[in-house]
Design a protein around this ligand. Structure first.
Ligand SMILES: [Zn+2]
Length: 280
């Protein structure tokens, strides 16, 4: 229980600095709403829904999340930035599998209690208990939430893209997080670490058929994009134990093209009411 409380507190800290503010803001702040360039009237909201749980452990967990306003703060932030035609629920519930997903049919995101538990278990093998573990779990949770948001925005705004949608969703998460001051890139890298530690072990088959890139590819992609967002600042990513030189050479360009894509794609849907803020 005390461990879970720790996770929740860490999550709230990260949420405070959460930001989409610099996407779709290549014009001056508020200009979209002032000049009526928004794609449609804002008639919907992101909303948090706590689904039913059969497991008392998850019920208790959800109560703690609720009290800490973790997901509620996330939706308040998104509502200040993005326009919606209809409500967009973010549902936290027991799923009987460790997963998070965006439903094309129901137009909502589901974050499974089992996933949060699984993050805790997986990270506990590689980081110390306490604050380090809490930060790892909360960071990976945020990366996953932004990834699912990427799927959702592609659907509700009918955004065109090419390639694997799973990669494009990872790109949104990476682009947004790298714009979040000092903490954002760390959160993205924590998401990357989760993919690394959950990649198949020796003797296990990689899921080559899957719509996702292989977990280790996702790890190196995120590493590359964070590095590419500021090669000088993150030059220590490159080397023997990190990003190979041959990939690193293209990362700044990759990041630039990704940023341009999301910036252009989201401009008609961003109210741009939030200005960049420094991390606290
Ligand atoms: Zn996905």
């Amino acid at each position: 229980m005390s461990k879970k409380k720790g996770v929740i507190l860490s999550l709230s800290i990260i949420l405070v600095v959460s930001a989409l503010y610099y996407l779709g803001t290549n014009e001056t702040p508020n200009q979209n709403s002032q000049t009526g360039k928004l794609a449609f009237e804002d008639t919907g909201d992101f909303k948090v829904v706590y689904g039913k749980t059969k497991n008392p452990k998850y019920t208790e967990y959800n109560e703690l999340l609720k009290k800490a306003h973790i997901f509620e703060n996330f939706t308040v932030f998104l509502n200040n930035v993005l326009i919606l035609k209809q409500d967009f629920p973010i549902i936290i519930q027991q799923c009987d599998t460790a997963n998070a997903f965006y439903s094309l049919k129901d137009k909502h995101i589901v974050i499974c209690d089992e996933l949060l538990e699984s993050l805790f278990q997986n990270f506990s093998y590689i980081v110390s208990p306490g604050e380090e573990l809490n930060n790892a779990v909360s960071g990976a949770t945020f990366f996953i939430m932004y990834h699912e948001l990427g799927h959702g925005l592609i659907d509700i705004y009918n955004l065109p893209y090419s390639g694997k949608e799973e990669d494009v969703a990872d790109q949104l998460a990476s682009v947004v997080l790298t714009g979040m001051g000092e903490d954002g890139p760390k959160v993205a890298i924590t998401g990357a670490n989760y993919f690394y530690i959950t990649s198949p072990q020796v003797g296990e088959e990689s899921p080559f058929w899957d719509e996702h890139s292989l977990n280790k590819q996702r790890y190196y992609n995120i590493l590359c994009w964070v590095y590419g967002s500021n090669p000088q600042k993150f030059n220590y990513f490159v080397g023997t134990y990190g990003l190979p030189e041959e990939r690193a050479a293209r990362c700044e360009y990759e990041y630039k093209k990704m940023f341009e894509f999301w910036n252009t794609a989201l401009t008609p849907y961003v109210k741009a009411q939030i200005k960049p803020e420094t991390n606290k």
